[in-house]
Design a protein around this ligand. Structure first.
Ligand SMILES: *Cc1c(COP(=O)(O)O)cnc(C)c1O
Length: 375
């Protein structure tokens, strides 16, 4: 059996090696490495895939969040609501721009922001909500959009982890993660579901004027060369990464299907075998693209289980061991928008198992066998 990786990027590369090698070599041989046709093609391809009106490529998913916040003209001290249980990027960019991150508790079953706790966190200073579609599943966007509409708040979807996930509105309308809010942000960090071979990111919006502003912000605030209308930054997806993404995007749906199959196999094999772990819950309103397959286990057992798995050459990860408001850099500056008990509990109980499109049935059987051995 092949060595089990948390995510096996070289196995994935092997499956598309010829096309990738050709695409990368073409860029190198062209002598043009920045602002090339590959980048333009990618923004068209991703717009087609997501059905977003505008896609603006940028350097990475963290920059995408920064650019989105910059585009909204927020003032120092304005408040932005985020989930407490997530990757730090959103809180970090909010704080870097001298805005106030307001953390709200999450739903213990979806790991996503608890929509019932958002209203209580809104004050006269609240300007935006950043729902993070965590691990591959959409936040419950209909009620979030309703609150945002009622309170006149912007929505920036942090869609670094859930590209390709489809949300179903109560009226049956379907929309892709990252295209429902005012702006959606994407990351193409190698371990994301659509990953390049370096750093990459993008923004999605259906708003024409926001799209123009975002584009300018990525290019030193220029509308034309050397005409700087606003203060921007330099945040580009380069031609090599765009060429790689153009090769990989047509494979994304098949990759997602492989992840879903792996998740189904895990969940089926674990069902009814133990009461000590909880497998991921799939919601009726959202598809799940399984960037992570995250189980919950009693905190006293988690360390020994991880150790046992590692001794059997099975890597696991804890996404995330510490909540936003408990991080040293954020403790003093973060405003608590609700009680945060579920977020705290998740930090002690989550465990992500190996998950990627090249995970074999044999590998999953082995992982489950070793897992159950210890419970
Ligand atoms: C990966 C990630 C980011 C940041 O993306 P980078 O491309 O690494 O900057 C932001 N938010 C979430 C939820 C992520 O998982």
């Amino acid at each position: 059996m092949k060595k089990i990786e948390m995510i096996d990027l070289s196995a994935h590369y092997c499956g598309i090696k010829q096309k990738i090698d050709r695409a990368v070599l073409d860029v190198i041989q062209s002598g043009k490495y920045i602002n090339g046709k590959q980048v333009e093609d990618f923004s068209i391809n991703l717009a087609k895939y997501t059905a977003a009106k505008h896609i603006i490529p940028c350097a990475n998913g963290t920059d995408a969040l920064k650019l989105a916040l910059l585009a909204l003209n927020l003032k120092e001290g304005d408040e932005v609501i985020i989930p407490d249980f997530t990757f730090i990027a959103a809180a970090e960019m909010i704080a870097l721009l001298r805005l106030t991150p307001v953390v709200v508790d999450v739903d213990p079953h979806t790991f996503n922001i608890d929509v019932n706790k958002i209203a209580g966190a809104i004050t006269g200073k609240t300007r935006a909500i950043i729902p993070v579609h965590l691990f591959g599943q959409c936040c419950d966007m209909a009620p979030i959009m309703e609150i945002a509409h009622e309170k006149n708040l912007y929505i920036i979807e942090d869609n670094a982890q859930s590209i390709g996930a489809v949300y179903t509105f109560p009226d049956g309308r379907k929309q892709q993660a990252g295209t429902m809010g005012d702006i959606g942000t994407f990351s193409f960090f190698p371990t994301k579901n659509l990953g390049c071979y370096g750093d990459g990111g993008a923004l999605a919006t259906n708003n024409e004027s926001l799209s123009q502003k975002l584009k300018m912000l990525t290019m030193h605030g220029q509308a034309k060369k050397y005409e700087h209308r606003i203060i921007g930054c330099n945040s580009r997806l380069d031609n090599i990464q765009a060429a790689i993404l153009n090769v990989k995007l047509p494979h994304l749906d098949a990759d997602i299907a492989s992840r879903q199959l792996a998740a189904k196999t895990y969940s089926r094999q674990l069902a009814g075998k133990t009461t000590q772990i909880e497998t991921p819950a799939i919601q009726s309103y959202s598809g799940h693209v399984f960037n992570q397959y995250t189980i919950k286990i009693n905190s006293e057992k988690r360390d020994s289980l991880r150790k046992h798995l590692l001794e059997n050459n099975i890597p696991t990860m804890i996404y995330y061991p510490t909540s936003v408001h408990s991080q040293e850099a954020f403790r003093k500056i973060t405003k608590l928008g609700s009680d945060l008990s579920e977020s705290e509990k998740l930090c002690r109980s989550v465990l992500s198992l190996p998950m990627h499109p090249n995970l074999s049935g044999e590998q999953i059987n082995y992982i489950v066998e070793k897992l159950l051995e210890k419970l």
